[in-house]
Design a binder for this molecule. Sequence first.
Ligand SMILES: [Zn+2]
Length: 125
Amino acid sequence: MKCPYCREGRFYRSHPYDLMHAGDTLDECPACRRSYTVEYGFYMGAMYLSYGLTVLSGILTYVITRFVFGVEAMVWQLIAVGFVVLVGAPLVYAYSKVLYGNIFLPYKGPSDPNYRPVHRPDRWK
Ligand SMILES: [Zn+2]
C-alpha cells in the first residue's frame, strides 16, 4: 500500500494486522514528503468503501463455499462468511482507506528530490 501521490512511499505506519496501530497513516509520504492529511475527517468516507468491500467478501465467501466446495448446510456457510469477514476486517479497513486516498488524492508523478512541501500549520493536532 503505497502513497497515492507518487506510488513509491509507504502509506501506513505498520502492517494492517498490527492491531495497536491499525489504520494509522504516516503524516507524510517518506518518498515525496507530501502530506496525507488533507483535512480533518478526510478518511471518514473510507467507511463506505469498507462496508462495500466487507459485503463483497461475504458474498464471495458464500458463493465459493456453496458452489465451489458444495457446502449446503447454512450453519457452515455462516461460519465461513463470519470467519472471513472477521479475519479479513483489518485488511479490508486498510485497503478501503488507501483506495479512498487513491480516488481523491491526485497522482503527481514520481517523487522529486527537489520538491519542498508547502508549510501547513498543524491546525487539527
Ligand atoms: Zn509519495
